[in-house]
Design a protein around this ligand. Structure first.
Ligand code: NDP
Length: 298
């Protein structure tokens, strides 16, 4: 039976560690860490995500300095809000919750976030830092995957890793992080031919295709480590409760894999934790404190 890569358990252990980091340094810093989650409009899924992030912040002692703007807010006003947060010394991390309402272009707004306060690790400068192996905030989801793999003792050096998906949010930074850990990395995408032939070569398979239940037993080498980043809501065909699933057919793959992350309870909780890690690391740096979280910023 495969080991479960339990993101919920690891997230709660890391929250304890973060809470200790914050409380031990609070007096020296003179103020708590601050995260501003900026939400525009009323996308219902975003409402749930933002509430989860705010709850996680309050559990470890990060002050929530976010704002919720109406859907009809013009782009220049959103920009001014970002500039105000950039200039606010109490703010260590800024996150612009996506998706934005139709008509608002996310690109100039994301680019306006001070890279030192980029809690999501997706600013162009920070992706460049990742590419060059320089320190900086890391993209939360792939950094969360790396933390899950490390905590399970998965050796990456010399291993064959395959990442399914090449988005800027997940696939690309994931591949860079695996490569930095000395895996030999292949990226597959929607134009890849013979996907199963490629994924079956993987010792470590990370799936971020955004396609519900796409990969099954035929895609996995026996003994592989499988990380499922996908998250989807599956409506019940019989009118019962909807359930969450990933990109991987868990029941088929679990008997084959040596380790596998479940959905829910795998990568999802780690993404939120890495947001806290980026914020606390920025706080340490901005307050001139030692930064004890380097092992979590691949
Ligand atoms: P995108 O839709 O931006 O990217 C999907 C990628 O998968 C693309 O590169 C696409 O290729 C590739 N792809 C699509 N179909 C196939 C296919 N049939 N075969 C091979 N590759 C394919 O999604 P994201 O990267 O943003 O997210 C991926 C999944 O992860 C989603 O389910 C999302 O909800 C989830 N997610 C979960 C998070 C968490 O915290 N658990 C956080 C972020 C995302 P191409 O480039 O050619 O189009």
């Amino acid at each position: 039976m495969a080991t479960r890569l339990d993101g919920r358990q690891l997230a709660s252990e890391l929250e304890e560690r973060l809470q200790a980091v914050v409380s031990e340094r609070l007096e020296r810093a003179g103020r708590p860490p601050g995260l501003a989650v900026l939400r525009v409009g009323d996308d219902p899924a975003s409402g749930v995500y933002v509430a989860n992030k705010e709850k996680a912040c309050s559990r470890i002692g990060i002050t929530n300095l976010g704002a919720h703007l109406p859907a009809e807010t013009p782009a220049d006003e959103v920009l001014r809000t970002i500039e105000r947060l950039n200039a606010d010394p109490a703010v260590d991390g800024i996150l612009l919750q996506l998706p934005l309402p139709a008509g608002l272009d996310e690109r100039p707004l994301l680019a306006a976030i001070d890279p030192e306060k980029d809690a999501d690790g997706l600013h162009t400068l920070n992706l460049g830092r990742l590419l060059k192996g320089e320190p900086g905030p890391r993209s939360c989801t792939p950094a969360g995957v790396m933390a899950l793999l490390a905590s399970a003792g998965v050796e990456l050096a010399g291993k064959r890793a395959v990442v399914v998906g090449r988005s800027i949010l997940v696939g690309q930074p994931m591949a860079l992080m695996l490569q930095a850990a000395n895996a030999t990395v292949t990226i597959a995408h929607s134009r890849t031919t013979n996907l199963a032939e490629i994924t079956r070569q993987a010792d470590v398979l990370v799936v971020a295709a955004g396609r519900p239940l796409m990969l099954g037993a035929e895609h996995v080498k026996p003994g592989a480590v499988v990380v499922d980043v996908g998250i989807h809501r599956l409506e019940s065909e019989t009118g019962g409760k909807a359930r969450l699933c990933g990109d991987v057919r868990f029941d088929e793959v679990e008997p084959l894999a040596s380790a596998i992350s479940p959905v829910p309870g795998g990568v999802g909780p780690m993404t939120v934790t890495l947001l806290l890690v980026n914020t606390v690391a920025s706080w340490c740096q901005r307050c001139g404190l030692d930064q004890p979280l380097a092992d979590l910023l691949p």
